[in-house]
Each structure stands twice: as C-alpha cells, then as structure tokens.
Design a protein around this ligand. Sequence first.
Ligand code: F6P
Length: 563
Amino acid sequence: MAINPPVDATKTPAWAALQHHFNDLQDKGIDLREWFADDPERTEKLSFEAGDLHFDLSKNLITPETLGLLAQLGREVRLDERIEQMFNGVHINNTEDRAVLHTALRRPAQEEGSLIVDGQDVVKDVRETLGRMYDFADKVRSGQWTGVTGKKIQTVVNIGIGGSDLGPVMAYEALKPYADAGISARYISNIDPNDLAEKTRDLDPETTLFIIVSKTFTTLETLTNAREARTWLLESLSAKGVLDGSEAGRAEAIRRHFIAVSTALDKVQAFGIDPANVFGFWNWVGGRYSVDSAVGISLAITIGPEGFEDFLKGFHEIDEYYRKTPFERNVVALMGLLNVWYVNFFGAHSHAVLPYDQYLHRFPAYLQQLTMESNGKSVRWDGTPVTSLTGEIFWGEPGTNGQHAFYQLIHQGTRLIPADFIAFANTPNPAKDGDQDVHELFLANFFAQTKALAFGKTADEVRAEGTDEAIVPARVFTGNRPTTSIFGDELTPYALGELIALYEHITLTEGTVWGIDSFDQWGVELGKKLAKEITPAISRDDQALAEQDQSTRSLIEFYRAHR
Ligand code: F6P
C-alpha cells in the first residue's frame, strides 16, 4: 500500500492557531505562578494516567487550550492514520521499503486475529522465536547449558553496537535487581580495543558466553570485536590447558561459548556459530526499536523469561493506549506534540531526560539513538525538504548527579530546555540515615527541582532573605522553565517496557508532524564508507594518503609521526 505524501504541518490551520496562541501567551506573559494561582484545578486538568504511570504536565508552558490545539495538529497531520499504518505493517519506512512493526514484538499471542504482513504471519513468528529464546535462557539459567568444560555460565557478554547494544545494556542496568540466577552481563560495543580489553580482563573463559548481536552481521565494530572475542576465548582456554588443540575441540568451544542474534543467518553460520543457537528477527524491526526482540536475549538470560514477558506486557500496555486514546487525553501523543510546541514555537534546541533512579543511568544514552537517529533529518518521506526545525538534542543524566553538574544552565541559563523528570515511589534498596528514609531524601530533590524550575525565586524573595543588593540579580530564578514529571510505583520490567514504548511513540509523533521517515538512518552511512576507504591510507598506502583532503592528510601524517 502506497503511503500519502506528508502533510506540511506548517500550512495547517492548527499550526496557524498554535502560532496565534503562542503570540497571545507571549503578549500576556507566560507566568506559571499566576496560572497556578488562577486555576486551582490546573494540575488535575493537566495530569494523566497511562498504564501504571502518572504524568503531570502542569508545569509546562501550556494552558488546557494548548493541548486542544496540539491534539488538533495531530489530527491535521493525520497522525492517527500513520499510527494505524505502523501497527498494520504498511511500509511506512518507505526509503527502505519496509514495514515498521516493533509493536508486533510485544503483541500477546492470544490477542484476536493474526497479523499477516508481506506474506508473513508476524505474531506467530515472534512467539516462535520468543519460545526458542526462553528455552535457551532457561537452560543457561539452570546450568543445563554449560561452557565447553562443563561449568555453568556466569557472565554473558553482549557484543553489538547502536541498537544492538544501547537497548540491552540500558535495560540490563535498569533491571539489575531482577537478575536472579547468578548470571551477570557485560556489553562490548566500541571498536576501540580498550573496550574489549577492559571487559574481558577478569573473565573466566570457561564460564563466559558471548552473544553476537548484529541485525546485518556486517557492522565493522561488532564483527571485529566478535573475532577478537573468539581469539580471546580460544587463547585463554588454551592457556588454562583445557583445550586439546584439535580443530574439532576449537569448533566445539566456539559452539558452546558463542550464540548470535541476527537477521543474516548465513553470515552467522560462516562465523562458526551453530545455527541452532542463532535467534532471528526481521527487517521490520529497526535496530533502535529492537530491545524487545531477540536482541534482548542477554536480558532474558539474566532476569529470566518471566521478567522478559512482563517487560513485553508493559510495552503492549502503552501501545494499546497510544493507538486507542483520543489525542486530547492521549498523554503519549501529547508529549510528542508538546516537544513540537517547544522546538517549533519556542525554538528549543534540546530536551533533557532526567531519571531520578540510578538504575536508569543509561536511559538518556539509549534515548539519544532512539530519538536522534530517528528524527535527525532534513528531508521528508517524499524527498522534499522539511518545512520546520526538526530533531532536538536529547540528553541527560540521573538526578541528583546532574544537579551538581549542569542543572545550573537549566535553572538560570539563556536557553529554554524542556525536561522530563522520571521517578518511582519505591526502591529495591531501602536505606535509612538515622531516622531519615534515604529514598525520601532522594525524592525530595525530584519534587524540589521541578518546583524551582517552574516557580523560580523573585528579586523580592531574594531580598527578603537579607541578601546583599549587589548579589540579588545573580540569585534570582526566573522560573517558567518547563518540566514534565513521570511518576511510577516501582522500576519493574513492566514499567521499563512502558517507559521505552512511551518514548518510541513520542518519536513517531514528532516525526509525523515533521513529515519524517523516523525509521531509516542514511546519515550514518557516509562516515562508515569513508572510514573503510581511509583505513589503508593510515599506515600503508601512500597513494591513498596523497588522495586525502589536506586536513585529513595532515592528521594522518601526525599519527604516522607519533605512533
Ligand atoms: O549506526 C547505524 C546502525 O545501523 C544502527 O541503526 C544500528 O542499530 C547499528 O548500526 C548496528 O547495526 P547492526 O545491528 O546491523 O550491527
């Protein structure tokens, strides 16, 4: 089914109405203190529940009218049509002529109706692969699957990059309290040999299982690291005197210590991995949307199949909510539209994501690929130039660490930085400092920061504290710095699935307004190609060196002189 050209959002009546509304707010003055004082129900009106997450949008630079207009924009750019096309397997990734079906990865088997896309029974295939993955995970967890010397696996090492790394490592770190089988995970991604060296240094090869994750099985970093890991395994087993040195012995060691996740089964087999231990996925799963496919097998092994199923249920809960809730009350769609409000009307360049949960410390890094590889584009899906700014920079660190680093700029800098604050009411590690519950001390910061950002501190309030007049300006907080608070019960596999699906759909929402194919990533190709071409010039090929531009040539010459 052919897709319609994108609607130019900037030409819609809703966009014009939003511009008018924006000008009006500017003229009257944006003042969260006043807006809260004038409307005792503001928070109630601007709070939402989705799944078991609670969202407070009231500290954003919006009125209830803004949300109505944003919802109207969603309708006018036919966001509902694009959502349906995604869920139904239409090739909305049209530059690669592919369906975009990460939502099918978490569709329960028992849900009514099958989903046949391009002749494939998608849900059946997903459940079959999950079944194989769970069987394997159970075997590793129980010790039925052992290394070549019969020892139980204690460490799984995921080798992948981009979507084949960031999702799994983020989720493993987030769900560490659920890793209950005495198996830990490590993640190697960088082609910089330091990464592999540090992550293997203290490992016992007899109890290590490598998982090579690459959708294409052609990625330079992953294949280089996989070969290095294979060499490390064979050499360190030999050094321990547990390999007999025969070709068959080496092949058996690789078979017991390497598995793979890929769509390219032939290439995996050529590497020496037993096809029985290869877990597939499909070209309709983008790398950055793949943590809930077999790409997450390190998670299934460490937290177990039950935990992984809960993770999938959390995603599905938000999928259903996003698909079925009218935009006016659909906080998932509204958060995407709100980002458009800040980027295109307020001129925001970036968006901070600040988890008040140390277990989510890799979440901002994960979101950077999800959002920026998806929407960092200048052309629309019909090849025409975009008609507005796109693709804000996502960044962040867990609180409270960030408070002592970059929050200064969010509080008092000259740039508007909308921020999402994420926290959970319960912690798996309760602690007391004397009588003080430490988690409550932590949460006090979560509450305080959004309050300070919204309401600031006036010059009079500063003066009333007896501050020297000369220092008053430096101590004023203007307030009116927008935040969204996302609050959950506990960071469970289910809640993590919900959070990831939330941001996946925020990304689609923004991409649809901008007319972007959020599922290709042509922008990463040129650098990869040039690295391949430059490699010979670095140490061997003088002719290739001479062909470089002057700056690149000079840098390589510096390297040659200093190596
Ligand atoms: O950086 C480009 C990219 O294609 C990402 O989109 C992807 O997640 C990553 O490389 C890894 O690709 P693969 O899983 O094929 O090794």
